[in-house]
Design a protein around this ligand. Structure first.
Ligand code: MG
Length: 327
């Protein structure tokens, strides 16, 4: 079938600068793919935080090289097989095409993407609202914005972790989970912090130690009173076996693994291994968030609040009714 496509570069700005253990930034480079066939245009997205290897140029190159010899057939699986075998790596670029193809086939068949995937319209788990690191007055303002959400995800791994948690607990009863982004370098310190957090009923801790510290993580896993979720330590389905014995769960993100179909395979594998599943995101527009949302009925928690943190989401905003993302 004849098709055409257009690539659009976009800078998704944060409402306020966003600080995590990796550093502070004002926004995120995004590439949007507009794929058109039979008068249906479907959109895909690649989100490119600076700490990842891909950038706008590499995504452009990958997408152009993919479409050069691409034969668009009326069979999604054939298209996806061709996509995911086209070159190694380039996961955000693959996610961009994978999302656009799923959206196109869903629109063509006039069904939602979750139905295209053979999933059920089950209720979604609570979505977290993310609060970056900051001074107490900034944190208090962010907590106000989180009203209506049933869980807050707090970024830690800096010098004022306990102060941040105490500030939040002073002004809300909402459940908290924390994401350290590899920011605690010492396993003993991490264990002390996790005990301190457990006394404050924190739900889980994401990526406390550097992903390279496998020995430290194994030790921490055996002693931790809270579930520990792997994020940076797990990119694709191939990484799950290597971490399954020292994390309680994994954070699946479409940008890390190459899109909806590899994401679904990761979720299924993690669940088979009885791991807790969090569906997460980079900072993304409604396009990337709604793609991840299609898998969310399979997860224990979802962290898909990107559009709420952005000031220039180019699409219709995502609706979070009573802290649950609406598909
Ligand atoms: Mg994380």
């Amino acid at each position: 079938m004849d098709f055409n496509y257009r690539l659009q570069h976009y800078f998704l700005k944060f409402k306020t600068p966003f600080a995590i253990a990796h550093g502070t930034r004002d926004g995120t480079d995004i590439v949007l793919l507009h794929f058109t066939c039979e008068n249906i245009t479907a959109v895909g997205e690649a989100s490119l935080p600076p700490y990842l290897a891909e950038n706008k140029e590499s995504v452009n190159d990958f997408i152009n090289s993919f479409f050069k010899d691409f034969k668009f057939t009326n069979d999604l699986n054939t298209c996806l097989e061709y996509l995911h075998q086209h070159k190694s790596g380039n996961y955000a670029a693959k996610a961009c095409i994978d999302i656009a193809l799923h959206n196109w086939f869903a629109a063509y068949r006039q069904i939602p993407v979750w139905e295209l995937l053979g999933l059920k319209n089950n209720p979604l788990p609570p979505c977290t609202f993310t609060i970056g690191m900051g001074a107490p007055d900034v944190i208090r303002e962010k907590v106000k914005e989180a009203s209506g959400f049933n869980m807050i995800k707090v970024k830690l791994g800096g010098e004022h972790d306990k102060q941040i948690i105490e500030t939040i607990l002073d002004c809300t009863n909402t459940k908290l989970c924390v994401d350290v982004n590899q920011g605690w370098k010492d396993p003993d310190f991490a264990l002390d912090m996790i005990h301190w957090l457990a006394e404050r009923n924190i739900v889980f801790v994401e990526q406390p130690l550097p992903k390279s510290d496998k020995q430290g993580q194994q030790w921490l896993f055996q002693k931790s009173p809270l579930p520990i979720i792997a994020d940076e330590a797990v990119q694709t389905i191939e990484d799950i076996d290597a971490v399954k014995d020292f994390y309680h769960g994994i954070n699946v993100k479409l940008m890390k693994c190459g899109g909806i179909s590899p994401g679904l395979a990761m979720v299924r594998k993690a669940k088979l291994l009885q791991k807790l599943v969090l569906i997460g995101s980079m900072s993304e527009t409604s396009c990337g968030i709604m793609a991840a949302a299609q898998l969310s009925s399979l997860a224990k928690w979802v962290d898909l609040d990107g559009p709420l943190l952005a000031s220039n989401n180019p699409f219709e905003n995502v609706n979070y009714k009573n802290g649950i993302l609406q598909i």
